[in-house]
Design a protein around this ligand. Structure first.
Ligand SMILES: CC(C)(COP(=O)(O)OP(=O)(O)OC[C@H]1O[C@@H](n2cnc3c(N)ncnc32)[C@H](O)[C@@H]1OP(=O)(O)O)[C@@H](O)C(=O)NCCC(=O)NCCS
Length: 269
């Protein structure tokens, strides 16, 4: 949310890895919905004393942090505050908001990198270079497939037909040939009571230091107009603004890219 639901780059397309996915056995199917102490195959930049990697057993705490951070976020609400769910109570909507973030967080634990500082005071979901969570098993095991049933008809149109393609196409257009070799900050959130303590800076710099060492770009979508000035402090530059247009209110996402320090590595405008 850098977003989603805040921006979550997920697709429910065909299984990329097929049934022979390298890391999975057929037996995993029946344990799909249990919490596994599985580590992501993604590389982890060196950790300092404050930042640590979130394990699968902790996905609910991490998701709760993000749910609180994004409780008022326009993009997160875009799929929930829909005309065909007007009859829902705020509690129903909160539960769905939290549930979505649990799926997304779990998928990033499986295939990306989830970090925290301040014991879930702040949480970041990263997709490292060359990784994605589009495969069948990750969608199955994270519970992401349930969105097909949990979102309303309009929520699904917004999520699957508008939001995911927009994010995918925008990222591809903005990063060009670097789309597959850049870091992607999918979500970062600090609980309201933990803000202003430098948590966001620690989580971002944990990865940007590694991106600098490797000469890689870092990409994000910002769902809150208050945030680009914060991201500029970390070296991100504005690239473009995209719009979600199915609600009465236009919802904007600012696309930002950080060049590796001391290097110019392109990325299209
Ligand atoms: C954006 C957010 C993650 C910042 O988290 P945080 O832990 O409070 O940020 P930090 O304390 O690490 O501050 C980082 C820098 O941003 C600045 N900053 C933080 N909040 C700010 C604000 N509201 N206005 C202006 N500057 C701000 C800090 O001064 C700091 O700069 P410095 O290191 O040069 O002093 C947090 O406000 C949040 O979770 N917001 C809601 C969810 C969200 O919008 N997430 C991002 C989606 S794109």
């Amino acid at each position: 949310m850098a977003k989603t639901l805040a921006p979550v780059a997920v697709s429910f397309n065909k299984p990329k890895g097929g049934l022979n996915h390298a890391n999975l056995q057929v037996n995993d199917v029946k344990t799909s919905f249990r919490i596994l102490q599985q580590k992501s195959s993604a590389p982890v930049p060196p950790l300092d004393e404050d930042v640590r990697v979130v394990t699968a057993a902790e996905y609910k705490e991490a998701a709760l942090c993000l749910a609180e951070a994004f409780a008022e976020d326009d993009v997160a609400r875009y799929f929930i505050d829909v005309p065909d769910r007007e009859h829902w109570s705020e509690e129903d909507k909160w539960n769905l908001h939290l549930e979505i973030l649990e799926y997304v967080t779990y998928a990033h634990i499986l295939k990306g990198l989830v970090t925290t500082v301040g014991e879930f005071g702040a949480v970041a979901l990263w997709m490292p270079p060359g990784q994605n969570m589009d495969d069948f098993w990750t969608i199955l095991r994270s519970g992401m497939w349930r969105l097909n049933y949990r979102l309303s008809a309009e929520g699904k149109r917004r999520f699957f037909n508008e939001f995911l393609p927009l994010l995918h196409d925008t990222k591809h257009a903005a990063l060009g040939e670097h789309d597959d070799d850049s870091w992607y900050l999918v979500y970062i959130g600090t609980k309201p009571q933990a803000r202003g303590k430098g948590y966001c800076r620690k989580l971002i710099e944990h990865v940007t230091k590694q991106a600098d060492r490797d000469g890689r770009l870092v990409y994000l979508e910002s769902s809150n107009p208050a945030n680009p000035p914060i991201y500029r402090k970390f070296g991100f530059n504005d690239r473009r603004t995209v719009h979600l247009q199915r609600a009465e209110k236009n919802v904007e996402l600012d696309i930002m890219i950080r060049e590796p320090k001391g290097q110019e590595k392109g990325g299209k405008n």
